[in-house]
Design a protein around this ligand. Structure first.
Ligand SMILES: Cc1cc2nc3c(=O)[nH]c(=O)nc-3n(C[C@H](O)[C@H](O)[C@H](O)COP(=O)(O)OP(=O)(O)OC[C@H]3O[C@@H](n4cnc5c(N)ncnc54)[C@H](O)[C@@H]3O)c2cc1C
Length: 387
């Protein structure tokens, strides 16, 4: 057992940290406030190879794994730039394409994902189905060689920044008549695909959308994979990378908040010569949050190591636990940071309250804490399924 990164991973961490710090949280906040995207940061990260670390080298990537991508997610977040689209595009879409796309689809899409010139977002959530994937109502039916998609999706991140959206729909199995899931690469400018931006109480340069699919016609090769049988495994392939990288983003955000708060409490003096951090009522909550973040980081490292070793089932348990732990730890860390900064905690200048919405959402999306507890209760503790 080792807790050390390899020299290459160490270098990656230091380089991403340096990049993130050059932009910093004020850049992230300004982009969010002006309704712009983090275009410069994304482009530079792409040029430097950080967006494609987990993509195979033959498609322009770095040939690493989810361990490397988690490092990128964590370090950018620790610099105050938690980019959700890292979870959607390189983690989910690139993994699904690498593992289950046709050779033609891999060649067409992966190089652009690797250098950051292209983004592919992911649409599974629906207004009626919510957490219940079995109720998905978006349907794809065959019409000649084409597929025609109809349905509605909600909370879909980054549609305005992406060239394609990977849509989860259901198709009818001709032998059984049963509906089964399939994934489609739908261009975001396809006829019949419309969107409306959701107003979210999250300060972020990345937006969420309602998507309407009204007779969206795509060609046969928009179906991800060689056949309809690729659908379910492709869908599952995205889950572990999603859980692990979103957890890394949470851990990075927690580190960022604790660092900002610790700097402040070590120097702020309101009772004579002693810093407010010398009072345990201030330092203990911060230390407690630091312990929670570090525990989450350990679980992220375990989940990423298992995943990169091809041990998907075990990575599923650890990835869910990591996501749960990091989501809770990030929310605790940011809330604690706000509290120990006093009034300064609520200002934009100190840059911690600006993250309250994001960390709150991290306990709901991409999978809620309750659905993870359901998973652990059922698959780890052997309890009957409750729903
Ligand atoms: C910022 C943000 C970005 C997002 N980006 C994307 C995206 O890019 N693509 C995408 O497809 N989706 C995205 N989502 C959607 C997200 O994945 C869903 O919000 C999430 O899965 C929960 O679904 P829901 O909102 O419908 O909640 P519901 O399913 O309606 O659940 C509501 C509450 O009930 C609880 N609950 C539901 N069922 C059970 C149960 N059986 N046991 C216990 N508790 C239960 C839930 O945990 C939750 O607290 C995003 C959401 C947010 C907030």
């Amino acid at each position: 057992m080792t807790f050390d990164l390899t020299p290459e991973q160490d270098q990656l961490r230091d380089a991403v940290r340096a990049l993130g710090r050059r932009y910093g949280h004020s850049y992230f906040v300004e982009k969010a406030r002006t309704g712009e995207h983090t275009t410069e940061l994304w482009a530079e990260a792409g040029r430097l190879g950080y967006l494609g670390v987990n993509i195979p080298t033959e498609y322009g990537g770095g040939g690493g794994g989810i361990t490397e991508l988690a490092i990128v997610c964590e370090e950018l977040a620790a610099a105050g730039c938690p980019l959700l689209l890292l979870v959607v595009s390189p983690a989910i879409a690139a993994t699904v394409l690498s593992r289950h796309g046709t050779e033609e689809q891999r060649k067409r899409h992966l190089p652009g994902l690797a250098d950051g010139s292209q983004k592919i977002v992911f649409a599974i959530t629906e207004p009626e189905a919510g957490s219940n994937f079995h109720r998905l109502g978006t349907v794809a039916r065959r019409d000649g060689d084409d597929w025609v998609l109809n349905g509605r999706k909600c909370y879909i991140s980054g549609v305005d920044e992406a060239g394609h959206v990977l849509v989860v729909a259901r198709t009818e199995d001709s032998s059984t008549g049963k509906l089964k899931p399939a994934l489609f690469l739908v261009p975001t400018d396809a006829a019949g695909l419309t969107r409306s931006k959701l107003d979210m109480e999250i300060l972020s340069p990345e937006n969420q959308f309602l998507l309407y699919l009204d007779d969206v016609r795509v060609p046969a090769d928009a179906l991800l994979g060689e056949s309809l049988d690729a659908g379910l495994p492709a869908l599952f392939a995205g889950l572990n990378p999603e859980r692990i990288t979103v957890a890394a983003m949470g851990a990075g955000t927690g580190r960022y908040a604790i660092e900002r708060a610790s700097e402040y409490t070590a120097t702020r003096k309101v009772w004579g010569g002693r810093s407010i951090g010398s009072h345990q009522g201030v330092s203990h909550p911060l230390a407690h949050a630091a312990v929670q973040v570090e525990l989450a980081r350990l679980m992220i490292q375990k989940a990423a190591t298992l995943y990169d070793a091809g041990r998907d089932l075990e990575a599923g348990v650890s990835g869910n636990m990591a996501k749960y732990a990091a989501g809770e730890a990030a929310a605790l860390a940011v809330d604690t940071a706000v509290q120990v900064l006093g009034g300064a905690g609520m200002t934009t200048e100190y840059g911690v309250a600006t993250l309250l919405g994001a960390v709150r959402a991290g306990r709901i999306a991409p999978v809620s804490r309750e659905m993870i507890l359901n998973f652990v209760a059922q698959h780890v503790l052997g309890q009957d399924k409750s729903y």
